[in-house]
Each structure stands twice: as structure tokens, then as C-alpha cells.
Write a protein that binds this ligand. Sequence first.
Ligand code: URA
Length: 223
Amino acid sequence: MRLENLRGEIKDHLLDLQDKGIEELVIRRAPRLSPEVKLQKIREEIGDCTRCKLCQGRTHIVFGVGDPHARLMFVGEGPGRDEDLQGEPFVGRAGQLLTKMIEAMGFKRAEVYIGNVVKCRPPENRLPEPDEVATCSPFLLKQIAAIRPKVIVVLGNLAAQTLLQTKKGITQLRGNFQELRGIQVMPTFHPAYLLRNPDAKRPCWEDLKKVVAWMASCPYNPV
Ligand code: URA
């Protein structure tokens, strides 16, 4: 229904109530939850998850880490061995490179939020399978809705394809902002790919510079 029609319906309803002698309405807003509380509720909803087969081999559920009020978020694929053992995303070699990338952009790791498409380690670091992505990614979307960052940097094919609902590859997608529910999304190469292909570091840095420039131009709205 269009907003104008909805407004008309609400007005008619209020006039109806007035005709019935109701002169006053008390409107109570649902209490606004902080991003911290929203994230905590999402974590509780996940619980000791057995919704997909990835639960069988995991040590820890890797929920996500960082500032619940972050203006910048990074999304990877899924935990690897180090992340599974420590329960934190991007702490292995690729994670160390990601931390350097974040710092080169002028942020501290603790100032941003880092998550993954799936929260449990796929065996032998294989790609998460479509049923696993379908089961787990709604929780990532809830985390994004709770944090409402200004920009999300999606790292690699799987994260880009999942969040942007496309089959296009990262080489085609990278470097161009897209929008997800009013949030700017920048696809770029995954740090693990950069470790294997150092020549891709320069184009990746160009993508990250676009993010820095966009964030500098974007007003800071404290909540
Ligand atoms: N690769 C990812 O995509 N995520 C991690 O958390 C670690 C490595």
C-alpha cells in the first residue's frame, strides 16, 4: 500500500473514532533497543545452533566482533581454523591482513564490526554450501539491521553474492558501490585471495580508498 493511501486510511479511522465519541488517544512507542541489546538477542536466538550440518565440526560459533555502533562493517565468508578455535572472525593470516587494511583506512579494528556469512567453520575450509548460507545468512542480515553501519565492505565472491543477491563474480563487482537497505556496500577482494595474489592488493586498496572518501563525506549522526 502506498504511504499516501495509508495516511488517508489512518485519517479515516481516526475520524471514525471521533464520530464514536473517542476524543483522545494515548500512543505508546515500543521501547527502542540499543544495538548492543539487539546483537545480544540475536546471539541468544542462535543459541547452541544445530540448524545446519556445519555444527558437527565446529569448536565455537563465530558470531562477530567489534563496535555495535560501528559506521563501517566488514563481511567475510566463514570462520577458518584459527577463528573456529578462538571464536573470533578474521584472526588468522587473512585476518592479520584485514586488520592492516582497516588500519590503513584510518580505523582501529575495535571501531569497526566484522562478521561472516556463516558462523561455523566449513570442514577443510571448503566454501559454505547453499543450504548452509541460506540457514545462517538471515542472522547476518539481522546483525546488519541492528548495527546499521554506513558502509559494508564485502570480502570476496561468497559475501558479495550473498549480500547483493547476485551471481556475478567479485572481479566484476569490485570497486562499485551498491546499496543494501539504504546501506552502501563495497565489494572487494578477500584478504585470503590477496595473500595468494599480491597483485590484487593495489585494486583492492583503490576500492577501500573509495570507502574512506565516501565515509569522510557522509555526515556523522550520533544515535
Ligand atoms: N576468512 C573469512 O572469510 N572469515 C574469517 O573469519 C576468516 C577467514
